[in-house]
Design a protein around this ligand. Structure first.
Ligand code: ADP
Ligand code: MG
Ligand code: MG
Length: 902
């Protein structure tokens, strides 16, 4: 028997055997209880059953061999240490059975207190507590309640009803007014409930109670709410939970006892001080359950000064030891303090920055570590305006929180009206069924966008996120009637000019104005708030950490910007250039007519006339951007989308033409347009006539753009500025495509630039898998690569983004085929491998090749770390994401192995 036990796998650890770094094996709670035990803090003795035991149990449906014997041995040693035995009718040892996984899953799994009480030991417990029968019966009824609910799935309300009934009979609302007899009666009532639901009597055998409770904790790992929570928080499903068996200490022994929770700093603001709640004469769960009003922790100083001082000293010690905000649970049993839990506490985004800054001041951590303690998602959260929560508003509809932030303004239904009102200084909310590329100006002018259709990846959502503009999409309770300029919701009609408020974080829509607070952090980034003068701890902390990130990072950060205004904003946010200037919006709006002329041209002369008319307009666009980005590189992408995107939609046009013909109107022009639209219709536009293919098919199109870029650069340079254009050819798959475009472009550039000193680079996007795989060849003709990871993801996976995100991504996420959409965060193994290959082979062919990435991944924290590791020179993202990318690039640069930021 003894020999058998020595070869058993070790499944049980005494608290004295563990430490805080064993979270995988002992769970967070167990590892930290062990850590506190070894620090010599007053922790009740106990032991931890490992996550491995849980995994084995869940895999086979029974306890692994050796577990029962090891529990027995540890229980015996616990009994010896406490001088009490489990189930002893005269002086029983009671224990708690507590779940505790590697990652804290608040309220997801259960705990049973007072295990070991039965009809006989309850009498012994009362006697040992100096004849305190009330306490003993209160403990017993709690055991039946928690055990019934957690272990045997008895509906918790039934116990609560019985408790309410007992209070009602007593004519009280406080459980403190129930005396020993009331509680004894309640135990009887609870036992009946237990019997009714389980078909058996409440187990009187303490060891059976213990084993069933342990098993229930194992099984709680797979409870539905735990599964849902893990999925949401991306916690792996196979970790399992540990189980902690802890000798009970009692906060319900009378007014000199109690229980509480505390934080070593304010988890909301990060401010230093004492934050916590205390409840006298109560057991654990009562504090959070809110059955009685707790008092602020400071009051404990008056109630029990000695315990209070000891607690403060322990909290200071824990902070120094963990070098971070700690969150603790404690109990006082007749004036003796016991520590029941600690962990590094969760905190708000603002507190994360403030605390990291304070810990640097206190010398507990250095700036590298501070950079680790915060992340880009938190920074992004701090950059959105918020509704002031002290107001009580009822939402009228709820859609998808598509782009976070809070916005109030007058309702408008068209882009034109949005632009008009915004020019008059009005805040407007653009409301539409869905948006399309023509709405861009309206979206720029609006404070927020509300649509009744489409999800997180609809046009409205994607564009709004890119602009950092608040957007609620798919609020389908709203019935939008654009021609009539009104929408109806919840039986009310809202017309143009009425005020609505939208919350892009929660997706909630309110009628009327909800007050909004602008983000201080954005004011700081925009340069309107001086961090040295701000008395705001948050702004100072952000400034300090950002400064360190900028000093540490190796990746440069550029922005995607298509207009002078965007470029200016990007620059204020710290962009070191423009990584993607799209030229297609320069073909929209009032230039549509010229573009139609270009597309419909039947002769070379008609075509070159149209191009000649577009040239000065394009040049002015670039002049504006080069001026704003004086001295910094600007990557201009030649026109990318298929031309029919610039024409009216086929169905609409067909109907218009038919109607006009019916009326006998002259429709020659419309008919020609319709014919062109039909001719250009593509089954698969994503893979059709676009990008470099357009440039090779439509004579003069790319040449016009190249000329406009070069002329703009020369003009800005002659003005005394410095323009650094980089011309980027989209959708290249073969070096010959690039060579052809390049030969023509170089001729034009040489001619325009002359001796002005302007230097124009020519490079390509790498967004077609073939380009990545032949990067060595392509680099011979390219001075830079910019990875277009959106298209690379589409073509790498064979996904058409607009089709797949709504159609089946939910299922892929559910099945775990991917943990996050590959459009949100780069797929390192597949698409990322293409990037790596292209970077390596491109650099091998041309060592000075500049490498960057443009597209939404450039502002995604996870992806930024990947691009750092592949050795790119820069990432480019929307202006609003620039600070996030700067921060994450800094974090990537100081990353140490094995850090655990969760
Ligand atoms: P949770 O993870 O939900 O916080 P816990 O295992 O920490 O669950 O336990 C729930 C409550 O019971 C806590 O307030 C805790 O402090 C208290 N508690 C747990 N074990 C004991 C014990 N041995 N003695 C006294 N109170 C305990
Ligand atoms: Mg707890
Ligand atoms: Mg592309």
């Amino acid at each position: 028997m003894a020999a058998q036990e020595t070869v058993d796998h070790k499944y049980v650890y005494d608290f004295a055997e563990g430490n805080k770094d064993l979270k995988d094996l002992l769970g967070g709670k167990g590892a930290n209880l062990a850590e506190m035990t070894n620090l010599g803090l007053p922790v009740p003795p106990g032991f931890t059953i490992t996550t491995e035991a849980c995994q084995a149990y869940l895999a086979t449906g029974r306890e692994p061999d050796g577990l029962a014997g090891q529990i027995e041995a540890h229980l015996e040693s616990l009994e010896r240490g406490m001088g009490r035995r489990l189930g002893d009718p005269h002086d029983p040892l009671l224990v708690s059975v507590r779940s505790g996984a590697k990652f804290s899953m608040p309220g997801m799994m259960e705990t049973v207190l007072n295990v070991g009480l039965n009809d006989r030991s309850v009498v012994g417990l009362a006697a040992q507590a100096g004849g305190n029968e009330r306490f003993a019966w209160d403990s017993y009824r709690r055991l039946i309640q928690m055990f019934g609910k957690t272990v045997c799935e008895v509906p918790g309300e039934e116990f609560e009803h019985a408790l309410d009934e007992a209070k009602r009979v007593r004519g009280t609302t406080s459980d403190l007014d129930l005396d020993a007899d009331d509680l004894r009666g309640l135990v009887d009532a609870y036992k009946k409930i237990f019997l009714k639901h389980t078909g058996r009597d409440f187990p009187q055998e303490p060891r059976e109670q213990l084993d069933l409770a342990i098993r229930a904790v194992f099984e709680s790992w797979n409870a539905e709410r735990a599964v849902l929570y893990r999925r949401q928080e991306r916690i792996p499903a196979d970790l399992g939970t540990a189980v902690n068996v802890v000798a009970m200490v009692f906060g319900n022994l009378g007014p000199d006892s109690g229980t509480g929770v505390a934080f070593t700093r304010d988890p909301a603001s990060g401010a230093q001080g004492i934050y916590g709640d205390y409840l006298a004469n109560a057991q654990g769960e009562d504090v959070v359950a809110g059955i009685r009003n707790t008092v602020p922790l400071q009051d404990l100083e008056r109630l029990d000064k000695r315990s209070y001082d000891e607690l403060l000293a322990i909290m200071a010690r824990l902070e120094g030891h963990y070098r971070d905000l700690c969150d603790i649970e404690f109990t006082i049993e007749r004036g003796k303090l016991w520590m029941l839990q600690t962990r590094v506490g969760k905190r708000t985004a603002a507190a994360a920055f403030v605390i990291a800054g304070q810990l640097v001041d206190e010398g507990l951590i250095d700036l590298d570590e501070a950079l680790h303690r915060v992340n880009g998602a938190q920074l992004a959260q701090l950059m959105f305006p918020r509704f002031q929560l002290d107001h009580d508003f009822e939402p009228v509809a709820k859609g998808v929180g598509a782009s976070p932030g809070a916005a109030s303004g007058k309702v408008v239904f068209t882009s034109a009206r949005a632009v008009e009102l915004a020019a008059e200084g009005e805040a407007v909310i653009l409301v539409r069924r869905e948006t399309n590329p023509d709405d861009l100006n309206g979206m720029i002018a609006a404070k927020g966008i509300l649509t009744s259709r489409g999800g997180k990846t609809s046009h409205a959502a994607v564009v709004a996120r890119g602009m950092g503009k608040t957007c609620v999409s798919g609020a389908d309770e709203i019935d939008v009637n654009v021609p009539a300029k009104r929408f109806s919701v919840a039986g009310q009609t809202v017309t143009e000019g009425d005020v609505v408020s939208i919350d892009g974080t929660t997706g909630k829509v309110y009628l009327g104005e909800v007050p909004v607070t602008p983000s201080e952090v954005v004011r700081y980034f925009e340069g309107t708030l001086d961090p040295d003068e701000a008395d705001d701890a948050l702004v100072r902390a952000v400034h300090r950490i950002m400064t360190h990130a900028d000093a540490a990072r190796r990746l440069a950060v550029r922005a995607n910007a298509d207009t002078g205004a965007d470029a200016a904003r990007a620059r204020r946010f710290g962009a070191q250039g423009i990584g993607l200037c799209r030229t297609e919006h320069m073909f929209l709006g009032d230039r549509r007519e010229l573009v139609e002329r270009l597309i419909l041209a039947r002769t070379d002369t008609e075509r070159s006339d149209a191009l000649a008319a577009l040239l000065p307009l394009q040049r002015d666009d670039f002049v504006e951007i080069f001026r704003e980005m004086d001295g910094l590189p600007v990557t201009v992408r030649l026109i990318d989308p298929p031309l029919h995107e610039f024409l009216p939609p086929l169905e609409q046009l067909a109907v218009d033409v038919a109607v006009a013909q019916e009326r006998g109107e002259d429709v020659a022009k419309e008919e020609a347009l319709l014919a062109a639209v039909r001719r250009m219709h593509e089954e698969n536009p994503m893979l059709g006539l676009r990008g470099v293919r357009l440039g090779l098919v439509i004579p003069g199109l790319f040449a016009m753009q190249v000329r406009a870029i070069a002329e703009a650069a020369v003009r800005v340079t002659r003005e005394g500025g410095s323009a650094c254009p980089e011309i980027m050819v989209p959708l290249v798959g073969a070096v010959q495509e690039l060579e052809t475009v390049r030969a023509e472009a170089e001729k034009i550039i040489a001619e325009v630039v002359g001796d002005s000193g302007v230097e124009v680079l020519i490079g390509t996007m790498i967004e077609v898998p073939r380009a990545a795989l032949t990067a060595g060849q392509i680099a011979e003709a390219a001075q830079f690569f910019s990875f277009g990871t959106n298209d690379l993801t589409q073509m790498g996976w064979g996904f058409s983004r607009d089709d797949v995100e709504g159609a089946f991504f939910w299922r892929y996420l559910e099945l775990g085929i991917f943990g996050i959409s590959p459009f949100e965060s780069i797929d390192r193994d597949g698409v990322g491998r293409l990037v790596r290959i292209a970077a390596e082979e491109g650099r091998a062919a041309r060592p000075e090749l500049k490498l960057g990435v443009c597209g939404e991944h450039g502002g995604d924290p996870e992806s930024v770390h990947f691009f750092h590791s592949v050795g790119l020179d820069y990432v480019s993202c929307s202006p609003f994401r620039v600070p996030v990318a700067r921060l994450e690039a800094g974090r990537a640069a100081v990353e140490t192995v094995g850090s655990d930021s969760r």
